[in-house]
Structures are given as structure tokens and as C-alpha cells.
Write a protein that binds this ligand. Structure first.
Ligand code: SAM
Length: 308
């Protein structure tokens, strides 16, 4: 297809919006991509080629969807999940030339991903590509990784600051629960920085394209994943406090908690302090200084302390 015919060319986007009298809904994070170079960078970063199965969350008027359809060619498949009913007829019209696109009208957060993969007989790791609605970026990414469906990669446009947090290392100001959760499941790589003028309407902040390549195995061995993520959330819930105080003051972890193997763990200043000592970590450390490896070690020591 000629480049000037793509929906993402600004004059074509304007024509689609005018034809359908479309009004943006800010609460749905509707900022449509209007830059062909950024589109190229996303397709390259996600490494989309013929035969790929792609899943797009929030196709809007189909700007990115069209590029995915072109790159996957007829023997690939593109699933596009859009919540806004006003966009469904527009997508059907704009993408009528591509028999391998499946437009799905629903809230992505309501999809049972394992059931969906089975129903659609998805037999290859899927490449997720999206210009995400910013109000639910983190829940969408976590739902994808936690579902354990076969994903090759997740290449998404997010707010610049969120991309930095996903990549951040211990001891930096951007490091937090999101950095640890993302890096447990994937290797992050920022593929492009995208200024506000590449979207219609313009968002207030800069964006970035980040590729998260799923790891075949987590980089650390942890006996109780749920306990580790509870510790991480507690540690960063009150990040100015020491780990001992943040964890014992947390509503999720204070008192006694039931572990994955049915044992009960009593969380007190003494148990946390003792576990830190056993893991060889300073008693006065703050969560923001702990690496993923150290959170995993601490979790394993704590899980051992639990009673039947
Ligand atoms: N992909 C298009 C593009 O790049 O121009 C549109 C991206 S726009 C940032 C985000 C899109 O996600 C909007 O079309 C919005 O309606 C849709 N959306 C918002 N919340 C959603 C949800 N929970 N499930 C599915 N789509 C959603």
C-alpha cells in the first residue's frame, strides 16, 4: 500500500474523524497516533513479520492495526480489542481490506486470556502491540504477564515516565514495584521516545515505545511468588520507611498471612529483622535499595519460617 494512504497520515485521520463526527473521550485515553515514522518504529521494535499472530489493545480508528495487518500479511492474524462501541463500525470500515483481522468489542480487562487463547486455537507465542490507554497501562501489562499465556513480546506505547520506571535499577528514583514486576517477567528495552505532537489530540506528557521481551524463566528462584510481590508492594507503599517498618505497617502484610502452601506466616518486626539477617541484608535497609534477587532471598527465608 502507498504510504500516503495509511490512516496514520494526519490528513487521513482527520478525514476519518470528520466523516464519522467522532468526539474523543479523554477518560478512555484516546490519543490517536498520527506519525508514520513512529508507526514504522513500533513495527520494527515488535519485529512483526508475515505469519505472526498479533494482539492489539485499543485499536482506536485502526492506525496501528492497519500497519500490523500489512506486516503480518494474509497468513498471520491480528486481534484488535476495543472498548468504545462508536469505534467498532469505523474499524470495520477502515480495515475491510484485511480478512485476517478480528475486531473484538470488549473491555480488555474482562477477557479471560487462557480461555481466549484456547478458543482461538492460538498455537504460537503472540506479539502484543499497543498504544495503550494511559489510565490502565499497569493493570493491562500485569494481566498479560500474570495470565501465563504464550507471549513472545509486549511492545507498547506508554507515558515516558512509566517506561523509565519499567527499566529502572535499584537505588534510583524511578525504581519501584513496577520495575520489579516487569523485570521479573520480561527484559525491557526503550525503542523510541515519542513527543506529544505525534498524537491527536496531543497528550500533556511525552511517550515512549517500550519492548518487553518475555523471559523463558524468571531470573530468580522464589518459592512463593505471591508473597514476594506482597513484600514488594509493602516496601514501596511507604518507600521512605525502612523495609522492616514498611512491611509491618502494611495493611496487606501486617499480622498473620496464609502462604501458597497453606502455612501461616506471622509478620512482625522480629520476623522481618531475623529474615533480613539470615539473608545477609542490613536491618536498616529501605525497599528501594533491594534488588529482585534480594527480595527473592528474603521471601524464601520468610517462607521457611512459616508454621504448619
Ligand atoms: N491504537 C490507536 C492509535 O494508536 O491511534 C488508539 C490508541 S488510544 C491511546 C487507546 C485506545 O484504547 C482507544 O481507542 C480507547 O478507546 C481504547 N481503550 C481504552 N480502554 C480500553 C479497554 N479497557 N479495553 C480496550 N480498549 C480500550
Amino acid at each position: 500500500m502507498e504510504r500516503d494512504q495509511f490512516i496514520a497520515v494526519p490528513k487521513n485521520t482527520i478525514a476519518v474523524l470528520q466523516k464519522h463526527g467522532f468526539q474523543f473521550k479523554k477518560q478512555l485515553g484516546q490519543n490517536f497516533l498520527i506519525d508514520m515514522h513512529v508507526l514504522d518504529k513500533i513495527i520494527r521494535a515488535a519485529d512483526i513479520g508475515p505469519g505472526d499472530i498479533c494482539l492489539e489493545i485499543g485499536p482506536g480508528i485502526g492506525s496501528l492495526t492497519q500497519a500490523l495487518c500489512e506486516a503480518t500479511a494474509d497468513d498471520g492474524r491480528v486481534y484488535a480489542v476495543e472498548i468504545d462501541d462508536r469505534l467498532i463500525p469505523i474499524l470495520e470500515e477502515n480495515l475491510a481490506a484485511y480478512p485476517h483481522v478480528h475486531i473484538i468489542h470488549t473491555d480488555f480487562m474482562k477477557i479471560d486470556l487462557p480461555a481466549f487463547f484456547e478458543e482461538e486455537k492460538i498455537d504460537r507465542p503472540v506479539k502484543v502491540v499497543a498504544n495503550l490507554p494511559y489510565y490502565i497501562t499497569t493493570p493491562i501489562i500485569m494481566a498479560l504477564f500474570e495470565s501465563s499465556v504464550p507471549l513472545a513480546s509486549v511492545t507498547v506505547m506508554v507515558q515516558e515516565e512509566v517506561a523509565r520506571r519499567m527499566q529502572a535499577k535499584p537505588g534510583t528514583k524511578d525504581y519501584g514495584a513496577l520495575s520489579l514486576a516487569v523485570q521479573y517477567y520480561a527484559e525491557p528495552y526503550i525503542a523510541a521516545h515519542v513527543p506529544p505532537n505525534c498524537f491527536m489530540p496531543r497528550p500533556n506528557v511525552g511517550s515512549a515505545v517500550i519492548r518487553l521481551t518475555r523471559r523463558p524463566e524468571p531470573p530468580v528462584e522464589v518459592e512463593d511468588e505471591k508473597l514476594m510481590f506482597k513484600l514488594i508492594r509493602a516496601a514501596f507503599g511507604q518507600r521512605r520507611k525502612t523495609l522492616v517498618n514498611a512491611v509491618t505497617g502494611s495493611p496487606e502484610l501486617g499480622g498473620t498471612i496464609r502462604l501458597a502452601d497453606g502455612k501461616d506466616l506471622k509478620v512482625s518486626k522480629e520476623t522481618i529483622a531475623q529474615a533480613l539477617e539470615e539473608a545477609g541484608i542490613s536491618q536498616t535497609i529501605r525497599g528501594e535499595a533491594l534488588s529482585l534477587q534480594q527480595f527473592a532471598e528474603l521471601t524464601n527465608v520468610l517462607a521457611k519460617q512459616a508454621d504448619h
